[in-house]
Design a protein around this ligand. Structure first.
Ligand SMILES: Cc1ncc(COP(=O)(O)O)c(C=O)c1O
Length: 401
């Protein structure tokens, strides 16, 4: 047989894989052996997408089925402009580009900003797929470490310490994945001030914008004055409407040179799906009533997970203020090994639990080794059961160590 000798991309070979999917093969093996695995690893809501999405898809009958305009179908751009207007933010259709999920929005944004040597401030723990976008674009992430003890909030000084002559941007995920922290408008103003003082772009990943608990006000960089030219918002329908499979996201910015580079990238991949964009028009026609139901359900689940962790000897975590994740320190030395053991060795009435090892959400080596991220994407009853199995699993594991 002929052997291929040429190297594959080193850049990608050495890139960190998704920590959320790191244990999938162990899970598949466990399921093949008949175990029921409660999956708390992926941030994919189990709730229903509003019915208008499928109503619109059923009515979709465009002939011929053409490429859409690269920056997005006009009816969707119009709907998104309307949504932002209702939220108190005025963006024109030309300030919006539709992408294949928030993921492509992040990838295009980092490509559009990055020159060799550029650095981007980021708050760890952070959404681990950012690693892919940093690696592909060549942007170097520089982490400000945040801690559960302070609810994963941070000070101006902690950010300023990390700024160098190469800093190009600050990437802020608000509400936070995996932290569940929600920044106040005062905190956003503080970041905006730093960006203005140091001439930085702000990449505001607000895909969880409305998922905030306990009546907290929604804070968006789009509401902060005086940063129009430096602000890039990453948005998506995945979480707002429980529409992960639709793959529709967007980049929003009033910076015209930036948006013209984004247009070139959009043209390079031709267009996002015509039908999925039409389904998204259906979703935006519902307003936010379904989103508020989604938020309320996640708040109930947050309470179940948080209470269980509070009762778990040796566990430490902050009470999430939004999104649908929690990072918890658990009393094991290596959470990754423990989670594999849960899948391979442990079961309670044929059931076990999978969560994500949190180490992959940190840039700084060694951090997060005794932490897990739980995505509360099961109903309250199942979640409570899963948390009890997790607690019992930790006790059983520590007895054999
Ligand atoms: C913080 C954050 N940004 C962006 C994304 C990408 O979402 P999508 O590509 O589904 O829009 C996710 C997905 O989990 C996320 O958690």
């Amino acid at each position: 047989m002929e052997r291929i000798m040429k190297d594959l991309s080193k850049k990608i070979q050495y890139m960190k894989g998704s920590s959320v999917r790191a244990l999938t093969r162990y899970c598949n093996n466990a399921e093949a052996k008949g175990k029921v695995v409660h999956k708390l690893n992926i941030g994919q809501p189990d709730l229903h997408i509003p019915k208008e999405y499928y109503d619109y898809l059923r009515s979709f009958n465009e002939q011929p089925l053409e490429y859409m305009p690269s920056n997005g179908r006009p009816d969707l751009l119009h709907a998104i402009k309307g949504y932002y207007h209702d939220e108190g933010m005025d963006f024109g259709e030309n300030d919006i580009a539709i992408t294949t999920g928030g993921s492509e929005a992040l990838l295009f944004t980092l490509h559009a900003l990055t020159n060799v040597g550029d650095e981007c401030i980021i708050f760890e723990p952070f959404y681990s797929n950012y690693n892919t976008f940093f690696t592909l674009s060549g942007m170097k992430p520089v982490a400000v470490t945040t801690y559960a003890e302070r609810g994963f909030h941070f000070t101006k000084h902690e950010i300023e310490e990390k700024i160098t002559g190469n800093t190009k941007a600050i990437l802020v995920t608000n509400p936070g994945n995996p932290t569940g922290a929600v920044l106040s408008s005062e905190e956003l103003k503080m970041i905006a001030e730093i960006a203005c003082e140091n001439d930085l772009y702000i990449i505001a990943d607000e895909v969880y914008r409305e998922i905030v608990f306990d009546g907290l006000e929604i804070s968006s960089f789009g509401l902060i004055k005086g940063i129009d030219e430096r602000l890039i918002i990453i948005d998506s329908i995945s979480k707002r409407f429980c529409a992960c499979g639709a793959r529709i996201g967007m980049i929003i910015s009033k910076n015209k040179p930036f948006m013209s580079i984004i247009s070139k990238l959009c043209q390079g991949r031709l267009a996002a799906s015509a039908a999925e964009q039409w389904g998204a028009v259906g979703l935006y026609s519902t307003g936010l009533k379904e989103t508020h139901l989604i938020r309320d359900e996640f708040q109930k689940r947050r309470d179940v997970v948080y209470q269980n962790l509070r009762n778990m000897p040796g566990a430490k975590c902050a009470r999430p203020e939004g999104a649908f994740y929690i990072v918890a320190k658990i009393p094991v030395a290596d959470a990754s090994k423990f989670l594999i053991w849960m899948l391979e060795e442990y079961q309670e009435n044929g059931e076990t639990v999978m969560a994500a090892p949190a180490e992959g959400f940190y840039l700084t080596a060694g951090l997060g080794r005794d932490e897990i991220r739980i995505a509360y994407v099961l109903d309250c009853e199942q979640l409570d059961r899963a948390m009890k199995i997790l607690a019992n699993g930790i006790c059983a594991y520590n007895q054999i160590q």
